[in-house]
Design a protein around this ligand. Structure first.
Ligand SMILES: Cc1cc2nc3c(=O)[nH]c(=O)nc-3n(C[C@H](O)[C@H](O)[C@H](O)COP(=O)(O)OP(=O)(O)OC[C@H]3O[C@@H](n4cnc5c(N)ncnc54)[C@H](O)[C@@H]3O)c2cc1C
Ligand SMILES: *[C@@H]1O[C@H](CO)[C@@H](O)[C@H](O)[C@H]1NC(C)=O
Ligand SMILES: *[C@@H]1O[C@H](CO)[C@@H](O)[C@H](O)[C@H]1NC(C)=O
Ligand SMILES: *[C@@H]1O[C@H](CO)[C@@H](O)[C@H](O)[C@H]1NC(C)=O
Ligand SMILES: *[C@@H]1O[C@H](CO)[C@@H](O)[C@H](O)[C@H]1NC(C)=O
Ligand SMILES: *[C@@H]1O[C@H](CO)[C@@H](O)[C@H](O)[C@H]1NC(C)=O
Ligand SMILES: *[C@@H]1O[C@H](CO)[C@@H](O)[C@H](O)[C@H]1NC(C)=O
Ligand SMILES: *[C@@H]1O[C@H](CO)[C@@H](O)[C@H](O)[C@H]1NC(C)=O
Ligand SMILES: *[C@@H]1O[C@H](CO)[C@@H](O)[C@H](O)[C@H]1NC(C)=O
Ligand SMILES: *[C@@H]1O[C@H](CO)[C@@H](O)[C@H](O)[C@H]1NC(C)=O
Ligand SMILES: *[C@@H]1O[C@H](CO)[C@@H](O)[C@H](O)[C@H]1NC(C)=O
Ligand SMILES: *[C@@H]1O[C@H](CO)[C@@H](O)[C@H](O)[C@H]1NC(C)=O
Ligand SMILES: *[C@@H]1O[C@H](CO)[C@@H](O)[C@H](O)[C@H]1NC(C)=O
Length: 516
């Protein structure tokens, strides 16, 4: 993914410098460029935003050089892979590759070892108001700065980071407003209000779920604790354990407020500006402005949450291929019955957790029949456990996690359609078995997504019929050699090309969890 992205960036830079005429040339200044504003300009800007400008460093900078701080270094070491701590840091990112790039600023190296800025923005605005964001956008526009928006830093594509960039950090903008009768701006007069919640851009899913449980409602959100509830998760689509019933995050968006590239603060919904609203519902990252609030439809709490743990194993090498291939089809059957889930394939077989709000035992028997059939194959084994949580928050307290924090995980994915699962499973499993075990595929999401709103959103149309986000990943240690990093990145590019051959031109992926 990164190789590809760097190529795109390089092309972009080449284009802007070689093709642009002098009148239209627009150079996005980074720290170190001659066009970067001088210190007094920065301090004047800092003063204009009440001193909210923060010099930004990688998370381990407190353990090195002039930024060393003994107490903070101890905290950083202890909390290194704690997602709550990590998302609290201005310059920390979930995937270390997007924090350090090919540079180094390691948490466990000695105090005198190098701490390079990597890909971390040079300055950030610690925004606490819409006015801070407007001032930052106008300043960036005025000075032609390379601007990024950072919320949690969870992005798989590095879109919230940027070497030498100027960043708007939305994390500290917290707030939730629950409403029984929300009426969007510009709605025809006779329209009835709907139950909804307005979230400030720094809100994170576990906090929203806790508050929603007190309100006795459901918000369609991610299966993660610290992912942003009102940033990149939303603008990329936003899949959820409730997607079968209620669609993606974008499908539940009623209205957003945002700061556009001119620094104007706008309210956007399908009545104020249908095209703009379409664009932010899937257009990705910060492409369409800086969100300053989002309003989601809320839903009644289910009467209970049914959870099933499904495992089908091959007990011999010769049964491995049929077990793996047929599991792809069986997960389509499972989603036909409204189950969503999270799972993986391995050298043993298929393993997944499935969730169904209000699910019954009879529904589970029917839904899992295809897995049960695989278990009846020679040299295969099937196991299923099920349990029921009274409420969604009980599930969250037991199972909700933030995996892969402070790793160098990258993934190459495609949305798995029934056609791929039933008719192209052999090709997908060929690819799996030619890779090494550490690259074996996983499913960041399994489910059939309610398509009612699909045509009003700009997510890839393959979401209309897809049943899973299927990813091949890689990972490396921070101290891996450049050669190893290059090889692993190239592997993902190759996998992505191969995916393209399998899916054909109608294939697509979930932009938030993808190596393009
Ligand atoms: C542990 C983990 C679990 C995940 N679970 C899920 C899941 O269950 N469902 C799912 O769909 N995805 C999931 N994802 C993927 C997630 O959707 C993406 O990582 C997404 O980019 C996170 O958005 P963020 O705002 O939290 O992160 P950031 O990295 O801060 O931002 C991501 C992108 O959004 C932009 N952005 C952020 N805030 C704003 C804003 N206010 N206005 C405009 N642009 C903004 C940034 O510029 C960047 O382009 C998960 C990721 C991780 C790391
Ligand atoms: C911005 O101003 C505040 C308050 O004066 C100061 O604490 C902070 O260090 C300044 N930021 C930078 C990057 O200089
Ligand atoms: C993150 O910041 C919040 C708000 O300042 C604080 O309550 C919380 O304890 C911090 N979490 C961690 C793990 O540092
Ligand atoms: C740092 O070293 C400690 C102690 O050896 C170890 O427990 C920890 O996992 C290391 N952290 C990283 C990020 O390598
Ligand atoms: C950002 O602002 C919040 C709210 O004022 C404050 O608590 C926090 O310490 C600030 N963080 C940084 C890094 O300046
Ligand atoms: C589950 O059942 C409850 C109570 O009957 C109902 O209010 C809710 O809409 C149902 N939810 C789903 C997702 O089916
Ligand atoms: C599969 O083959 C490998 C060696 O090729 C062997 O180590 C392993 O035990 C076999 N697995 C099973 C389940 O037979
Ligand atoms: C679900 O679990 C219960 C209790 O363990 C068990 O009686 C029931 O048969 C299970 N249902 C299915 C479909 O496996
Ligand atoms: C699984 O789905 C396929 C395609 O719809 C169907 O042909 C098959 O009968 C289903 N299997 C089971 C066990 O229901
Ligand atoms: C499947 O294989 C795994 C790993 O070898 C094992 O832990 C698990 O118990 C097996 N499950 C079944 C149903 O056989
Ligand atoms: C969405 O558009 C597709 C193709 O244009 C069409 O087949 C489908 O019926 C539309 N769906 C809805 C819900 O409007
Ligand atoms: C990281 O290093 C450890 C210890 O050398 C090794 O066991 C592990 O496999 C490495 N991880 C990756 C992803 O390369
Ligand atoms: C894709 O298919 C073409 C045509 O069959 C083939 O030449 C090419 O090598 C394939 N690429 C990959 C990455 O599989």
């Amino acid at each position: 993914m990164s190789l590809f992205l760097f190529k795109v960036l390089a092309l972009f830079l080449l284009n802007t410098s070689s093709n642009a005429s002098p009148t239209q040339s627009r150079r996005h200044c980074r720290f170190g460029d001659t066009c970067w504003p001088d210190e007094s300009t920065w301090q004047a800007f800092n003063h204009s935003i009440s001193g909210r400008l923060v010099r930004t460093y990688p998370a381990a900078a407190v353990c090195h050089g002039q930024t060393y701080d003994a107490a903070e270094c101890e905290v950083a070491k202890a909390e290194w892979d704690n997602s709550f701590w990590r998302t609290n840091q201005t310059g920390a990112y979930t995937a270390m590759v997007w924090e350090l790039g090919n540079g180094q600023c390691f948490i466990n190296s000695s105090r005198n070892d190098a701490c390079q800025p990597g890909l971390v923005p040079h300055y950030s605005v610690n925004a606490t108001s819409v006015a801070d964001i407007q001032a930052a956008v106008r300043f960036a526009s005025d000075k032609d700065l390379y601007l990024v928006v950072k919320n949690t830093g969870h992005d798989h594509l590095g879109r919230s980071t940027g070497r030498g960039a100027f960043s708007i950090w939305t994390h500290n903008l917290k707030g939730r407003k629950w409403m029984k009768n929300f009426v969007a701006k510009g709605v025809p007069e006779q329209a009835k209000g709907v139950a909804a919640v307005t979230l400030q851009p720094g809100e994170q899913w576990l906090d929203v779920y806790r508050a929603a449980s007190q309100e006795r409602v459901i918000v369609v959100g991610g299966a993660a604790r610290t992912v942003g509830a009102a940033g990149g998760w939303l603008t990329g689509g936003g899949h959820s354990p409730f997607a079968n019933a209620y669609g993606l995050g974008v499908d539940n968006l009623l209205e957003a407020t945002l700061v556009n590239a001119k620094g104007e603060h706008l309210t956007v919904n399908q009545y104020t500006d249908r095209d703009y609203f379409y664009a932010i519902r899937g257009g990705g990252g910060s492409s369409w402005g800086v969100l300053t609030s989002v309003t989601y439809r809320t839903h009644p709490e289910p009467s209970h949450i049914q959870v099933a743990f499904v495992q089908v194993n091959a007990t011999s090498n010769s049964s491995l291929r049929p077990v793996l291939e047929r599991s792809l089809g069986a997960l389509v059957n499972m989603t036909d019955s409204g189950y969503t889930g999270y799972g993986y394939l391995s050298g043993a077989g298929f393993t997944s957790l499935f969730i169904k709000p209000n699910g019954t035992d009879a529904q589970l028997v029917k839904a899992a029949a295809a897995f049960y059939e695989i278990g009846q194959l020679p040299e295969a084994a099937f196991a299923m456990l099920n349990f029921t949580f009274p409420r969604w928050i009980d599930y969250c307290n037991m199972f909700l996690q933030d995996p892969n924090i402070a790793q160098n995980v990258m993934d190459s994915s495609r949305l798995l359609t029934p056609d791929m699962a039933f008719n192209k499973a052999d090709k997908i499993i060929d690819m799996m078995l030619e890779l090494s075990e550490e690259n074996y595929p996983f499913f960041n999401f399994i489910g059939k997504v309610n398509p009612a709103e699909r045509n009003k959103t700009s997510v890839h149309p393959v979401w209309h019929n897809s049943r899973a986000v299927m990813s091949f990943g890689t990972n490396w240690n921070d101290t891996a050699s450049d050669a190893e990093k290059r090889r692993k990145r190239q592997l993902l590019v190759d996998i992505s090309k191969r995916w393209g051959n399998i899916t054909g031109p109608s294939g697509g992926t979930y932009a938030n969890e993808a190596n393009p």
